[in-house]
Design a protein around this ligand. Structure first.
Ligand code: AMP
Length: 299
């Protein structure tokens, strides 16, 4: 089995309120792979009243973790569906070292592997503040900042028009506990992927588009254009972080195919900031349809 045979799995790690949901929708569209959030899957089970949903309910309402094997079986079943054939973005999972070890083993059995673990790092006091005021769309899971008692705008999602709601486990007393549970159980997960050289730590306490830029760089890089000295953001075809010496290939956010044989060089985040391709820059804001949906373009 070679690296390119593998179905890549990208992990999005970070405490509640770190912005995983917001960034996950962007990564899902950019990479054209499904976004599988263990919390959303559990909430679906609760809504449907399945045995798993009923069992998970008490743990979730307290802000405690649901039993490892229940969550793993649920996520692995979801990963087995056809839309996850090209890979998937896992959000909120694994949450414990035991989950990480079991998931790694099960992925290997399915000709798959974790390619990158992206950790959104945000100070606890900012997390509590963000969550206390957040409202969610029940359909697309978009989050809207507001005040804890009043929904933002007219109280509906700007995309789906559904009535926004607040999660019951976003209450301040439960939130503090959820963050503590997350940090104590997930630090070993972060260490686990750091030891394997897969962890990318991203400062999540910055604007949404700046965090997006760092995320793209972590799964691709910054490459200088051939004709014009503009720096493009690109996503590696197999979603691996690009190292300086290894050959790399992928697609820029503005839709060009790039690789290390034909393009002059890789730059840094600062290079992109100082002289960005305008279209790549625009694409790090919300974008309907991913770069993989655009047909191949060559320069
Ligand atoms: P989240 O939407 O990620 O904040 O998750 C909401 C709740 O679902 C958590 O507080 C846990 O009770 C449960 N949960 C989500 N993912 C997991 C997981 N990987 N392992 C155990 N419990 C989880």
């Amino acid at each position: 089995m070679t690296g390119t045979d593998l179905r890549p799995i990208v992990l999005l790690l970070g405490p509640p309120g770190a912005g995983k949901g917001t960034q996950a929708r962007f990564l899902r569209d950019t990479l054209a792979i499904p976004h599988l959030a263990s919390g959303d899957l559990l909430r679906d089970h609760r809504r449907l009243g399945t045995p798993l949903g009923i069992e998970a309910q008490t743990y979730m309402d307290r802000g405690d973790l649901v039993a490892d094997q229940l969550v793993i079986d649920m996520v692995m079943e979801r990963l087995g569906r056809p839309d996850a054939r090209r890979g998937a973005l896992l959000d909120g999972m694994p949450r414990t070292r035991a989950q990480a070890e079991i998931v790694d083993g099960m992925l290997a059995d399915r000709n798959s592997a974790v390619r990158a673990a992206l950790y959104l790092d945000v100070p606890t006091e900012i997390l509590v503040e963000r969550i206390a005021g957040r409202w969610l769309c029940p359909s697309c899971q978009a989050t809207y900042p507001g005040r804890s008692s009043t929904p933002p705008g007219n109280g509906t999602c700007t995309e789906c028009r559904d009535q926004l709601y607040q999660r019951p486990d976003d209450r301040p007393d439960v939130v503090q506990h959820r963050i503590e549970v997350y940090l104590s159980s997930t630090v070993p997960v972060i260490e686990h992927y750091a030891r394997r050289g897969l962890l990318v730590r991203i400062d999540g306490d910055r604007s949404i588009s700046t965090v997006r830029m760092s995320l793209v760089i972590s799964i691709g890089g910054v490459v200088i254009g051939r004709r014009r000295a503009r720096w493009h953001l690109f996503v590696n075809h197999d979603f691996r972080a690009v190292s300086g010496d290894a050959p790399w290939h992928g697609r820029t956010l503005c839709g060009h195919l790039v690789n290390s044989h034909t393009d002059p060089g890789l730059g840094s985040e600062d290079d992109f900031r100082s002289h960005p391709c305008h279209e790549c820059h625009v694409a790090i804001r919300a974008r309907p349809g991913g770069i993989s949906h655009t047909g191949p373009r060559t320069r």
